[in-house]
Design a protein around this ligand. Structure first.
Ligand SMILES: *Cc1c(COP(=O)(O)O)cnc(C)c1O
Length: 482
């Protein structure tokens, strides 16, 4: 089948170049080159016709002939004609430059095709950072992936199939979230944690004041600062206290007729220690204005593993009017912003014109609902991975890769930008020469570890155990190409 396709390609190529009918190809080759080639440069299987045209660059097959290759026809159906054509053009260019033979053009195009239509690639996260923002934060559970795929086509996102009438968008997700946090009288879902805050600030405090502690005006990451985000809504910030200490009296002195709400932000990516004081939600709730709490990480209920991390249920019980959180941090779901709390406030947010611009798509709704209703998330599992089991896995990797200067070392995994700053999780890692880091990253699949003291550490905490063999092969390949 393959060789048949090639036979066809080669024949048509010979014919075309011999009569120089294709100006785009043959016509572009300088005459000097045509004259300097000799018959002895021909591959052994060449037909006698080829002896007339001897420069391999003149035998570059025509685009339509290459595109007729069965593999490329199939690829066009899954990757799109544009991507396949681009790969063919690139392969033809390589043949013209003499980097590959004209016969290899189709093979080269096939080899260069991406596995997926989109450029985002699945990566093995061996960093030991459970929620790595650069690696897309939380990986979805299989249940969430299934739900997302099922919702990808036409779906009843806003239609009641029983009555044929319009239905509330995301009602299943809303129900699941309310069931998970019974303390919330109402909930709403937006694009991300930042959007949840922006919606609250716009709907409840635009043109008014948000009273907030100086110690909580944090930078979320990549240069985005909470104060800038909040002020972009037209709300004014009324800062109280100092970087390390705020007292209830500071808040009380600042609250007045202009107050939209009091905001409390969980410092989810740093720890202040030493001479510090902050005011608990229960005390803020006595000030007589709504208290909005940005808990950041999306823990819905208290987790003994993460004692320093606030959760939505406890925060609402303490008297918060509204809690905002991310969906793709400790909750382990898709990127989303959760708003939970007082029914009247949530309804105001939901009805605000801005809400339409922040609404989530059906894929997010599906994945979030499955995360809430389904089995424990991969993030939950990674946080609880048993160090003894991780050690056994690393030892086995070490055994398989023993000839590559591989050793087992104790590692400290972390939760990452998504929460629980300062918390270290006992872990184990495969320690390798640092020079393997770059080839591992650019391999297939890409593997990302972390560099410590001149060694590359691969921590399997966030790597599904069934990928250990894939990880080992990736390391072996990386070692071969350095
Ligand atoms: C992560 C975080 C945000 C931003 O949430 P995104 O979902 O990334 O938009 C805001 N506040 C806190 C406290 C956070 O931890």
């Amino acid at each position: 089948m393959l060789s048949e396709a090639f036979g066809r390609l080669v024949r048509s190529t010979v014919f075309k170049t011999d009569v120089a009918r294709d100006p785009g190809q043959a016509g572009s080759i300088p005459v000097r080159l045509r004259q300097t080639t000799t018959a002895t440069q021909l591959p052994p299987h060449s037909s006698p016709f080829r002896e007339v045209s001897v420069d391999p660059r003149r035998r570059v097959p025509r685009t339509d002939a290459v595109l007729a290759d069965a593999r490329l026809v199939a690829a066009a159906a899954t990757l799109g004609a544009g991507q396949v054509k681009a790969a063919v053009t690139a392969a033809q260019d390589r043949a013209r430059r003499g980097e590959i033979t004209p016969e290899a053009v189709a093979d080269s195009a096939v080899a260069a095709l991406p596995g997926l239509c989109a450029s985002l690639r699945p990566v093995i996260n061996a960093t030991g950072v459970v929620l790595h923002t650069n690696l897309g934060r939380a990986p979805l559970s299989a249940a969430a992936v299934d739900a997302l795929v099922a919702a990808a086509g036409h779906t009843d996102v806003e239609l009641d199939l029983a009555t044929g009438r319009r239905a509330r968008r995301g009602r299943g997700t809303i129900q699941a979230l309310r069931a998970a946090v019974p303390e919330a009288a109402a909930v709403h879902v937006v694009n991300n944690g930042a959007a949840a805050l922006v919606l609250a600030a716009t709907a409840l405090a635009a043109g008014r004041e948000i009273v907030v502690s100086r110690g909580e005006l944090v930078e979320i990451g990549d240069g985005f600062r909470l104060p800038d985000l909040l002020e972009s809504t037209g709300a004014r910030l009324r800062e109280v206290g100092t970087t390390n200490r705020s007292a209830l009296a500071d808040y009380a002195a600042a609250v007045g007729p202009d107050t939209g709400f009091v905001l409390k932000v969980h410092p989810s990516n740093f720890v202040i220690s030493g001479f510090t004081a902050s005011v608990p939600v229960a005390d803020l709730a006595t000030l007589g204005v709504p208290v909005v709490v940005d808990i950041g990480s999306g823990l819905l209920a208290a987790d003994p593993l993460l004692p320093g991390e606030p959760d939505a249920a406890s925060t609402l019980r303490a008297g918060a009017a509204l809690v905002t959180a991310s969906g793709d941090k400790l909750l382990g779901g898709p990127q989303a912003g959760l708003l939970l709390g007082d029914a009247e406030l949530v309804e105001r947010l939901r009805r605000h014109p801005l809400a339409r611009a922040l609404r989530v798509d059906k894929l997010t709704l599906a994945a979030l609902e499955a995360t809430l209703r389904g089995p424990r998330s991969p993030t939950w599992a990674a946080l609880r991975a048993d160090p003894a089991t991780l050690r056994v896995r690393v030892k086995e990797l070490c055994r398989v890769l023993g000839d590559l200067d591989a050793e087992i070392v104790a590692s400290a995994a972390v939760v990452g930008g998504g929460g629980a700053p300062g918390l270290e999780l006992d872990s184990w890692a495969l320690s390798l020469p640092e020079r393997l880091a770059a080839p591992l990253r650019s391999g297939d699949p890409p593997v990302v570890g972390r560099i410590e003291r001149g060694r590359l550490l691969l921590d399997p905490r966030c790597v599904p155990a069934e990928l250990d063999a894939v990880l080992a092969s990736a390391v072996r390949r990386a070692a071969t190409c350095t």
